[in-house]
Design a protein around this ligand. Sequence first.
Ligand SMILES: O=C(O)CCC(=O)C(=O)O
Length: 298
Amino acid sequence: MKPIDAAAVERYRRDGFLVVEGLLDDAVRMRMKEAVARLIEGARRVTAHDDVYDLEPSHTPAEPRVRRIKKPHVVDPVFADFMRSPALLEVLSALLGPSGVRLHGSKLNLKSPEFGSPVEWHQAWAFYPHTNDDLLAVGVLLDDATEENGPLLVIPGSHRDPTYDHHGSDGCFCGAMDPHRDRLDYAGAVPLLAPAGSCSFHHVRAVHGSAQNRSKSSRNLLLYEFAAADAFPLLGIPDWNDFDARLLVGAPTVVPRIVDCPVRMPLPPARHQGSIYENQTALERRYFDPPPAPRCVA
Ligand SMILES: O=C(O)CCC(=O)C(=O)O
């Protein structure tokens, strides 16, 4: 059976998101979970954010708390292999069009039981505008996504909205919308609930966010960002060989497809660099409750 049909593509175009169950089999998912456990164990050697780890505010080497593994496809082959799996590439080709599929980036957001950090409302497009908007993010569910564990929330149809301001009061990019200024139907956002092994696909311009994990189990979400092969980043291409090496489907091209899309540049850059969690610390008015303060250890 094909992993995606014309009706599902139509739903994605209408809503700006789609969930496909069963794309990740249990054996590979278990290997991914083992890799995550090894990585968290490795965080005992780390006291500050680095190239691999983004840490929860309450992290200590004795009690490692990691909120993100940066670039998991570079850190462990199990994450590099899955993004090349034929069923996933078939779905991506159906959603991104005929020019081909290029990896833009990857990240693994770990929401630990009871304290995993929220992510404020944003459009990924505000971080990396391209010459056209045939880009999306895939969320690979390493755990079931439930109402309580901080699932991804997407506002249906918001991929056709303008590009919202993601700048703070200091004029710098902060990677989040001001929920008091941009009064969208946040309550109407759809939680992408699905069993572990499912993949969600959300359009690069879709407004999305997620609340703190309030459950007693983890919500670990592997995210890959993909672009159509003829979408070129407006912030430039620092390394052409790397850009070409990330092409997973289709032929290399030097001809960008240019489409009239609303763009705001993420400049001047965020004052707090490192990850979306750091960028968003500059946001003055939040929608989601912040994670609990670190516990005091006597
Ligand atoms: O992990 C989440 O729930 C949200 C992830 C996200 O939107 C991001 O990291 O850009």
